[in-house]
Design a protein around this ligand. Structure first.
Ligand code: FAD
Length: 407
């Protein structure tokens, strides 16, 4: 960090010290780029709004295995009428459940160890782009501070200040997630469960995730326009009091509950001259699971080499950043295909059709296919295989528009 005409100067200022901002800061600082993270809260990893699932590649990127509460080997999926489809086996770890607070703190600590600076209780007040740099005004724990940087990055989450300030559009979909941490639920320690049905999670699904020490996270996600006036809380109550499952949830004792947005669908142009957005701010969460940590890390990985070079050479015009962000095209296409498959198999079908899908999934040859190709992080290959190989699903593929799915 230097001073320019008496004003603090960083090469990069990142708004938001969540997992994606922290990951980007680590990669930039370890390449010798001076980086400041600005975080509005007084501690990292709060408030907590996450089911805590982190996939193995994302975990390997940060090596924060000490934050794992539980490994997950499979998922038991329930149809609206109670048909159960088990996917996975006890030998293969499919994903990890982490303590999000410890995980976020670990990622941000790595950034600081690599040389990044962190300002807590700080948020941007204004930003002005010039040919030479970005002039940033920050409220730093009640004091107004002026800063300069070459590049401003918004890693400031679903309601990103940066994205709004620079009028960069909106993610394609904004889902709502609701979750309760509970005690008193019995179940397999290393399997999560998914529940479907219009009454519980219209167009999407509910989850029950073991978090170790006999605790679980029960959550639901859906979209406002599918809820038909119902609140997420009412959906949650519909799950735990459902005729089929009320006995299972009878002894549940809630410890806490929270609600948060899940932005899915990369915004069209996540950059402008000397500004870019990343992670949830750019709409990177997955339309099939709502997971945003893995995709955010992949986004960082995809651009870091070219971005670092552009920062070092101070080539940060929109046209330069367009080249840096070129790999987003395939990431975005993946997300669009995953969304099309989700719509086809889960969001559009009514309960009766969903039940018939589950009945098909439950056939031994289909279960084998699901276990062979199925990957919760990359659902497109399995979805396409199902559409190609299961005669009953071929009609669906036609309905969806083969072009989009097989493009
Ligand atoms: C109920 C629920 C369950 C979820 N479960 C999972 C899951 O199991 N796995 C998964 O991968 N994802 C899950 N997600 C999504 C996941 O939480 C996000 O995709 C992920 O946190 C995105 O990381 P990020 O760093 O881009 O943004 P965030 O984690 O939102 O971090 C943004 C940071 O910026 C800070 N900030 C925001 N505005 C400002 C400002 N103006 N000034 C300064 N700081 C600011 C915030 O305080 C925050 O620290 C879930 C979401 C919800 C709602």
């Amino acid at each position: 960090m230097e001073k320019l005409h008496g004003v603090l100067m960083y090469q990069v200022v990142i708004i938001g010290a969540g997992p994606v901002g922290g990951r980007l800061a680590t990669e930039l600082s370890s390449r010798g780029i001076s980086t400041l993270m600005i975080e509005e809260h007084s501690e990292i990893g709060r408030p907590f709004q996450c089911a805590g699932l982190v996939n193995p590649p994302a975990m390997q990127a940060v090596n924060l295995q000490d934050t794992i509460l539980q490994d997950i080997n499979g998922a038991l999926m329930h149809s609206p009428s109670g048909i159960q489809v088990p996917v996975g086996n006890d030998e293969v770890i499919r994903t990890h459940v982490v303590c999000r607070k410890k995980f976020d703190q670990g990622v941000v600590r790595q950034a600081m160890e690599a040389g990044s600076h962190l300002w807590l209780k700080s948020k941007p007040v204004d930003a002005e782009i010039t040919n030479e740099n970005v002039n940033l005004t920050v409220d730093h724990d009640g004091e107004i501070v002026n800063l300069k940087c070459q590049l401003l990055v918004g890693a400031d989450g679903a309601h990103s200040w940066t994205r709004r300030k620079f009028r960069m559009g909106r993610p394609k979909e904004m889902m709502i997630g609701f979750q309760a941490d509970v005690q008193g639920l019995e179940g397999k320690d290393n399997w999560l469960e998914m529940y479907t049905g219009r009454n519980i999670a219209p167009g999407f699904f509910a989850w029950v995730i073991p978090t170790g020490d006999s605790t679980h996270r029960i959550g639901i996600w859906s979209k406002a326009d599918l809820l038909d006036g119902k609140s997420m809380e009412q959906c949650y109550n519909s799950l735990i009091s459902h005729e089929l499952w009320k006995d299972r949830f009878a002894d549940v004792k809630e410890i806490s509950r929270y609600c948060g947005p899940v932005p899915c669908g990369l915004i069209r142009k996540p950059f402008k001259d000397r500004v870019m957005v990343i992670g949830d701010a750019a709409g990177m969460a997955k339309p099939t699971t709502g997971g945003g940590i893995g995709p955010g890390f992949r986004q960082v990985e995809a651009i870091i080499e070219k971005l670092s070079k552009c920062i070092s050479e101070d080539k940060l015009k929109s046209s330069n950043l367009a080249k840096v962000c070129k790999p987003y095209k395939s990431l975005s296409k993946d997300l669009d295909r995953a969304r099309a498959l989700r719509d086809l198999l889960v969001t559009i079908p009514d309960d009766e059709e969903l039940d018939s899908h589950f009945a098909m999934f439950n056939r031994p040859e289909i279960l084998e296919l699901i276990n062979e190709i199925g990957d919760i992080e990359h659902p497109v290959p399995l979805g396409l295989a199902l559409l190609k190989r299961v005669p009953e699903f071929r009609k669906l593929a036609l309905r969806a528009g083969v072009k989009l799915l097989f493009a």
